[in-house]
Write a protein that binds this ligand. Sequence first.
Ligand code: 4AD
Length: 460
Amino acid sequence: MKKTDILTLNKNYSSFEGKTVLVCGWARTIRDSKNIAFLELNDGSFKGCQVVLEKQKLENYDEIIKQITGTAFEVVGKVVLTPNSKQPFEINAESVVIAGPCEADYPMQKKGHSLEFLRENCAFRPRTNTFNAVFRIRSEASFAIHKFFNEKGFVYVQTPIITASDCEGAGSMFQVTTLDLEKLGKEKLDYKKDYFEKKAYLTVSGQIDEQPITHSFGKTYTFGPTFRAERSFTTRHAAEFWMMEPEMCFAELDDVIENIEAMLKSVISHVMEKCGDELEFLNKFIDNSLISRLKNVVESEFIRLSYTEAIEILEKVKDKFQYPVYWGVDLQSEHERYLCEEVFKKPVFLTDYPKDIKAFYMRQNGDGKTVAAVDLFLPGIGEVVGGSQREERLEKLLKRMEELGLNKEDYRPYINCRRYGTNKHGGYGLGFERLLMYLTGMSNIRDVSLYPRTTGNLYE
Ligand code: 4AD
């Protein structure tokens, strides 16, 4: 007999009335009362189903009821509709195979573990309702991103993870080497003897490798893991996180902003449509403003504000903040959150930042002081997107690189696309885990990655 998914049963139980099905999954609970027992079976879909076990029908009944939470079962039984009970149907078991017993020290025997305990047991986390919901939403949100860009004619490109260049010029990179670290210090470092015969790193962003490729297709996006080695202890920073980076030729800052807003609304709508049960669960147990917040974002127009206007607002209330506020300062999260949580209560795009606090590739504005940059802040999370119109004018780009002491040879393909058919051009990077925090109500980035990597932690 072919297996039926519990998701299919939950969706169409009335069409299965009276039919015999095979369902396979793991016991969430087994409750017995003498000659009848109830097995709550879950096969990994968000909702499980109830199996009724009758002693007189099952020769291995006594063996079954000795099993514990976590045991794998294969059940053949008849679907019975139960309109007056908590669950709309149950399965009346005709035969039950104990496919995989569960040992008594199974950590998920107990319910109500702390988030910290669960982080120490990453491989088991998605067996809980909370994390099952979170990682299902992660899967749907990834799909929704691909769907959005595919429908808009973007080409999905996979940029390399190992790279020689530091995209942001920020320097916080993990080095990749096969040199024998045990011997370091005893002999002179010679990168010619290293695997790539030069220094190599894990990428901080796919952008610099992607942009020249965008000039072959017109519109591209890359979506993959990126790595940052800064020693950060916040709940929003990870050492390994996924970034989604679209790039568009013949596009200005407004086109970039429009694309960000449309993409976010489309991804949120998709998740709301596909993950209703998961969101309801998270709304009940994790963040009871989750669903109304997501609806609000889909329905509202995002605020657009220049950095200079933001400073004017913040300077009026500067006593509220721990860090100083003045034109030219790199805003802290307390400033960003004040703008989107207290002043506007909506997502806020901040544009046109001072050039000295932004990357070399951003397009210089006519005022000589600012660049055509954009960051998006979401209430409760802070910065989720960073992007810009790119500097397409070769002389200006080269001059800025010189000012910042960047080695032009490291950026040859990037510079070349300014020499061979340059054009107005823009793109951005979305921090996928930060978006997921927003989509799930989880307040720590470690709770939206399967195996989080943060300063001091390689969770298993
Ligand atoms: O603003 P960032 O540094 O921008 C870039 O890397 C550009 N090259 C992107 C581009 O224009 N193609 O990073 C983009 C986003 C941030 O807005 C944030 O959401 C996320 O990546 N991010 C992090 N997420 C988790 N942990 C970290 N350590 C992060 N650093 C950045």
